[in-house]
Design a binder for this molecule. Structure first.
Ligand SMILES: *[C@@H]1O[C@H](CO)[C@@H](O)[C@H](O)[C@H]1NC(C)=O
Ligand SMILES: *[C@@H]1O[C@H](CO)[C@@H](O)[C@H](O)[C@H]1NC(C)=O
Ligand SMILES: *[C@@H]1O[C@H](CO)[C@@H](O)[C@H](O)[C@H]1NC(C)=O
Ligand SMILES: *[C@@H]1O[C@H](CO)[C@@H](O)[C@H](O)[C@H]1NC(C)=O
Ligand SMILES: *[C@@H]1O[C@H](CO)[C@@H](O)[C@H](O)[C@H]1NC(C)=O
Ligand SMILES: *[C@@H]1O[C@H](CO)[C@@H](O)[C@H](O)[C@H]1NC(C)=O
Ligand SMILES: *[C@@H]1O[C@H](CO)[C@@H](O)[C@H](O)[C@H]1NC(C)=O
Ligand SMILES: *[C@@H]1O[C@H](CO)[C@@H](O)[C@H](O)[C@H]1NC(C)=O
Ligand SMILES: *[C@@H]1O[C@H](CO)[C@@H](O)[C@H](O)[C@H]1NC(C)=O
Length: 410
């Protein structure tokens, strides 16, 4: 099946030679050029790469039959997706091509569907007489700008840094452009395999306070406290790795934002805002190819207790009569006795954290699991249900209670 698709795609290009991007690696897509599913842009200093990817990296191969997205990742470390161009509109197969049309809109065209616009209409303001190009910079920012006949680049009128996914990169601004009203915030993914915006959002307090906030399905979930003298009042650990990173909070008549940068040019750095609303700061040292990371847990139950298994799902929920706050959910590979499945929801927008919230609220719920293989939807089991361990199965999340005697799984 995959092989047939490949044939169909490659054939026209053999006869219409110019539809290939030049063989040499380039950082720029010019009007009329096509970037196919198997091609890439590489930034000038070879730091970042842009191309199509599948939600699980096993399907990276050409011809993969899977939803396909355009992403940006570190050239050296392909498995972390740092930006997604079309998080809500995957291409259903590998027929996608990234193109820049003559009025300067970046879009993905594919067989059997209307093109997916990536950049907004504001790029139309560009002068049509001039060339509009998309360039992947060594900062990881994909920028649209005009280039004159001498190759001199004009101002940027659209950039990927203004539309982040779940990753914060050095020099990316989290906050508000006060002139245009545009807001930059991070969105957690629905699941590891579904990059569309999930349950959590990380941004600045909209009331003008110098404070980071996390919302969970629109409700305030966590706040950093005010930025004072180089750190956040309620979250000083967040800026504690000052030997690796510089932090700044800028507020003037044009903009209000938080941003960070790296001290060493040999470090590749990223912050990941994960599906449970946690922030992890990763630093990859290019000299010895080693990675260090620092998990910043934003949910209070886990914050105070480092004895729990770090894979535990531990989210702040409203206290209710049957839960005293010492409960969390342990992931175990296996399956549940289906007789005691009491509810399921196949809504593909539901993230694992939503399953957690629903299970938490029902005193008879003892376990939950995603409904679909791609980590979306929910299934719930009650206390009578038995768990069967099986290494080849998906994770089941089992209610675990911590007591003075230690942990016990219900
Ligand atoms: C902004 O929000 C913070 C936290 O909600 C609050 O403490 C502060 O008083 C608010 N400031 C203004 C100017 O509304
Ligand atoms: C601000 O931070 C610096 C170093 O982190 C410290 O030396 C200084 O005392 C702090 N100032 C105040 C007013 O807290
Ligand atoms: C704000 O923007 C204006 C116009 O672009 C510029 O002249 C001014 O220097 C900016 N102010 C600051 C503090 O950057
Ligand atoms: C890699 O190099 C950095 C800087 O020289 C050093 O701090 C770090 O400990 C090294 N890591 C490993 C695993 O050797
Ligand atoms: C934590 O949980 C994972 C997944 O269930 C398991 O593989 C690992 O051994 C556990 N680690 C500890 C320290 O219990
Ligand atoms: C699916 O779940 C999302 C996220 O909770 C919600 O906004 C949406 O309304 C749900 N859709 C349906 C059809 O229930
Ligand atoms: C709670 O769980 C029980 C099964 O144990 C189920 O019958 C009931 O409908 C659930 N309640 C809600 C609100 O989902
Ligand atoms: C995830 O899986 C569900 C069920 O198979 C499907 O409806 C949904 O479209 C999938 N989502 C994505 C983004 O592939
Ligand atoms: C919560 O309840 C469990 C029993 O259900 C008990 O073992 C534990 O000590 C309680 N924890 C707190 C903090 O009250």
């Amino acid at each position: 099946m995959a092989w047939i698709k490949l044939l169909v795609l490659i054939m026209p290009c053999i006869f219409l030679w110019p539809c290939f991007l030049s063989q040499a690696e380039t950082d720029t897509l010019k009007p009329g050029q096509l970037l196919h599913d198997w091609e890439h842009l590489v930034s000038a200093g070879k730091v970042f790469k842009l191309g199509f990817f599948g939600p699980s990296w096993e399907s990276l191969d050409v011809g993969a039959i899977a939803p396909r997205y355009i992403g940006i990742w570190f050239n050296e470390i392909p498995y972390y997706t740092l930006w997604v161009a079309n998080p809500n509109n995957p291409v259903p197969d590998s027929s996608g091509v990234l193109t820049m049309d003559t009025d300067g809109i970046l879009k993905i065209a594919y067989k059997g569907g209307s093109p997916i616009a990536i950049s907004s209409n504001q790029s139309k303001k560009a002068n049509p007489e001039r060339n509009i190009t998309a360039t992947l910079l060594d900062s990881g920012n994909l920028v649209l700008r005009e280039v004159d006949s001498n190759g001199v680049a004009g101002p940027i009128f659209w950039q990927s840094f203004d539309y982040p996914s779940n990753s914060l990169l050095p020099e990316m601004k989290l906050g508000f452009n006060l002139k245009t009203g545009h807001e930059c915030y991070l969105s957690s993914w629905v699941s590891e395999k579904v990059p569309s915006p999930g349950a959590f959002r990380l941004g600045l307090n909209p009331n003008g306070t110098r404070e980071l906030m996390i919302w969970r399905r629109g409700q305030v979930y966590w706040r950093s406290g005010e930025w004072k003298n180089g750190s956040f009042e309620l979250a000083p650990e967040m800026t504690s790795r000052k030997y690796l990173q510089n932090f700044r909070f800028v507020k003037n008549e044009n903009e209000s934002y938080f941003s960070y940068s790296v001290k060493s040019r040999s470090d590749l750095s990223r912050w990941e805002f994960d599906t449970l609303g946690q922030i992890t700061q990763f630093t990859w040292d290019r000299r010895n190819r080693s990675e260090s990371y620092w998990i910043f847990i934003t949910s209070s139950p886990c914050n105070t207790d480092y004895t729990k298994n770090e894979t535990a799902v531990c989210l702040s929920e409203e206290p209710i009569s049957c839960r005293n706050g010492s409960e969390f959910f342990s992931p175990k590979r296996g399956y549940m006795d289906t007789n005691f499945l009491y509810d399921f929801d196949d809504n593909a927008s539901l993230a694992l954290s939503d399953c957690h919230a629903k299970c938490w609220k029902n005193c008879s719920c003892a376990a939950y699991q995603s409904y679909s293989q791609n980590g979306t939807g929910c299934q719930f089991w009650n206390k009578e249900s038995k768990f069967f361990s099986s290494e080849n199965s998906e994770y089941v999340y089992l209610l675990t209670v911590e007591s003075a005697q230690g942990m016990s799984i219900h």
